[in-house]
Design a protein around this ligand. Structure first.
Ligand SMILES: Cc1ncc(COP(=O)(O)O)c(C=O)c1O
Length: 450
């Protein structure tokens, strides 16, 4: 490794970071992370903190999951790569598909299509949804509906169903035929409705209204996160996703659950769809499927959709889609080991318990710090703090404020993530009670530093 002085001097000089302006990375050099163990990360100066971000919602099992590291190393020796395009397969993808089928069976999802990450999974589900209708002789169903505030990655299809202008405007024009309805976001919504149950009904009415306006026969699918994540952790009322499911069924619209964050236990349930008692037609997964140790993803496909593809006799079900790294044997081996560890450690139970501790702790911080406008969470280890300049008017905090909290929290022992006016918390699912206490104490220091 180059020495610390070299790395600090060259930080952001010859690379552009995702999700920020190149000039910002030069003005505010990123923390250089060089090591990690368990639930902690370490920077180049040896400063060690609890990772309140869990990598990027993906390192659910922490950084020292030896069984996963071992199978990755072994797989590199046995078969570092081979394609699974038509005509070849590998042992690991076959075994993994059976394991995923068993894991997702309660969600009604029984087939896997492999990808290399979340954006790929979203793109895959959108494409297969259109193809499903074409196979069924319904080629007019091409549009997509989604939620404002939703995040679905950065491919052109995903960005088009994305509900946040930050990820859209610079890249427009996006895909035609994508329409958005209000999110069940109680803190801010166009209905001025703060009751979650009433707001859920209003958003469902908006969905019905949009379907009537577009014409149900023109709509391929509705895509949503069971709990909106990157948009600021927005858990809907329990009636919302089942309501969406019922409306989709009524109108022949497929339901895509974007479970890139929520699959594998983060919400305290094994999947977000299961948390709400919903059976989607597709579930997009990635992230925790390999604990962040290898880029990998899988779109899980419902039995009914699978039957349409598998029984087609017209040739329309030929899948003209896939990635070089679809079914990468090292990723599949990593996923098998992650799934085994995820189940062995029963991480969803810890996610629920530690999630409650985190949420309760954040609510206490809200009582002490004026800058905290809203605290969201209550379903496992995904929480957000929305910062405001003024609680009464809900005027968003100045951009520099969350960054200041983050910096002070980092110094005080925890890495937290800033996304717009929000501080987002998504620690590994193996965090201890003491880790959560550290995150809360660090945030307290962060807010005291304002
Ligand atoms: C819900 C959701 N969908 C899709 C994505 C995109 O995943 P990736 O960044 O792996 O492409 C993300 C990433 O955070 C996500 O949270």
């Amino acid at each position: 490794m180059k020495d610390a002085n070299f790395l600090k001097a060259h930080n952001a000089r010859s690379l552009w970071h995702p999700m920020t302006a190149p000039s910002d990375s030069l003005k505010n050099p990123p923390a250089i992370i060089t090591g990690a163990e368990g639930t902690r990360i370490r920077d180049i100066d040896g400063h060690e903190v609890v990772d309140g971000v869990g990598g990027l919602w993906n390192v659910n099992l922490g950084y020292s999951c030896q069984p996963v590291k071992d199978v990755i190393a072994a797989q590199l020796d046995a078969l570092p790569y081979y394609s699974i395009f038509r005509g070849t397969s590998n042992d690991k993808v076959i075994e993994l598909a059976e394991e995923l089928r068993a894991f997702f069976e309660p969600d009604g999802l029984t087939r896997a299509f492999y990808t290399s990450g979340g954006s790929d999974s979203v793109e895959t589900a959108l494409r297969l949804a259109r193809q499903y209708h074409k196979i069924k002789g319904d080629p007019g169903r091409t549009k997509f509906l989604s939620l404002k505030k939703g995040y679905h990655g950065t491919h052109m299809g995903g960005a088009s169903v994305n509900g946040n202008a930050n990820f859209r405007t610079a890249y427009e024009p996006l895909l035609p035929g994508c329409f958005h309805i209000p999110a069940p976001y109680t803190y801010r919504n166009p209905f001025n409705e703060s009751d979650p149950a009433k707001l859920a009904q209003l958003c469902l009415q908006a969905l019905e209204d949009e379907i009537a306006f577009q014409g149900a026969a023109t709509i391929a699918a509705f895509i949503m996160e069971p709990i909106l994540g990157a948009g600021g952790v927005i858990p809907p009322h329990p009636t919302f996703m089942p309501g969406v499911e019922a409306i989709c069924r009524k109108h022949g619209i497929l339901l895509i659950a974007d479970e890139v964050i929520t699959a594998f236990g983060r919400t305290g349930a094994w999947t977000g769809s299961r948390l709400w008692g919903v059976k989607p037609d597709f579930a997009c997964t990635a992230k925790a499927i390999t604990n962040g140790y290898f880029p990998f993803g899988a779109v899980m496909i419902a039995e009914g959709v699978a039957e349409v593809f598998e029984s087609d006799a017209t040739g329309k079900a030929a899948i003209g889609h896939g990635y070089t790294y679809s079914g990468h044997p090292v990723g599949a081996a990593a996923a098998l080991a992650c799934l085994a560890e995820t189940k062995r450690l029963n991480v969803s139970v810890n996610a629920a318990a530690r999630g409650t501790q985190l949420h309760q702790g954040l609510l206490k911080l809200q009582a002490q710090h004026e800058a905290i406008g809203d605290v969201r969470g209550g379903h496992g280890l995904m929480c957000a703090i929305e910062l405001v300049a003024d609680r009464a008017t809900k005027k968003p905090a100045d951009k520099a404020i969350p960054a200041k909290v983050q910096e002070a929290a980092f110094r005080a022992g925890a890495m937290v993530r800033v996304s717009g006016p929000n501080i987002i918390l998504s620690p590994p699912l193996v965090v201890t009670e003491a880790d959560i206490a550290t995150i809360l104490a660090a945030l307290d220091s962060g807010f005291k530093a304002l």
